[in-house]
Design a protein around this ligand. Sequence first.
Ligand code: CP
Length: 352
Amino acid sequence: MSGWSHRHLLDLASFSREDFAEILELAQRFRSLPVTGVRKLPVLQGRLVVTLFFEPSTRTRNSFELAAKRLSADVMSFSPSSSSLSKGESVLDTARAYVAMGADVLVVRHKSTSVPQQLAADLDQLGKRTMILNGGDGLHSHPSQGLLDLFTLARHFNAQHPMLDVLDGKKVVIVGDILHSRVARSNLWALTACGADVVLCGPPSLLPDDFSAFVDAPPPGLSCDPVMQRGRVTVERRLEQALPGADAVMTLRLQKERMAQQLLTSLERYHRDYGVSHARLQLCGREVPVLHPGPVNRGIEMTSALLDDPSICLVEEQIRNGIPVRMALLYLMTATKSAAEPSLPSFAPISS
Ligand code: CP
């Protein structure tokens, strides 16, 4: 029986180890389903999932929509430029329009931190049953990305049984623009909850020293951390110092729009100091996987040759894994809220 207790999914800070384990287990079951021929599961028939993206997306929005369709939900998407937002309608009123149409889940992405949280609070106050699933808000959180990265790493270390214990004691290096990365923040909560030690690496303008204490305090709004013992977080300025002994490397998108703020002297220098390449990975002392949430700036965060090497670079695997992870999230949030006691799906498919 599911122990899922989250009404909305806003971040990973409040997740217990059991929550992570439940997602991984269910994602692995969905991942194991055949992806050709008869492949739709009837578990979300009659449910409505709306992707409410106020910021561009390729991977997150489309994989949420595909995940919802594979569970037989009805799906609607929203485009800011062709919506009544351009006539001055507010974000809340836009959301309420979809609630009035019967939305069970709103997957929300916004460039401002905490918009999904505000919508969740507003809908709760209005007594609406619609759930908010954060598709990425400002610098704060990108929970489904953190979960698919966790799943991808767990599968890399144990493809048949990708559970939390395979990450215990692993050293994961996250390199790049950590200050502006919601992906890094979600990964910090997820990886340390599973016992991985995280080394953050980047220049001071993109990685303040105090990030080493990121998971030390109880998560916002909670009096104590739901995870008893987390892995450690350290900050290392030089990639040559960070890589030895690493089990995995995660690079992050360098947000070129921030060059206007003169956070870096040049892209060439950034690539020289923090770009990941086949040659540099040899410093790890073993063959290690490289992850990147995408979109990638080819030749800046990593060399083009590395990006195109699927034996090391897991970018395509991350995208593939995004679908079963998001199926698991939608299933846990919606199917387990029905009046009847949910049984985990028997996975009897219906024709597509
Ligand atoms: N990783 C990620 O969030 O990609 P998109 O912006 O394409 O959704």
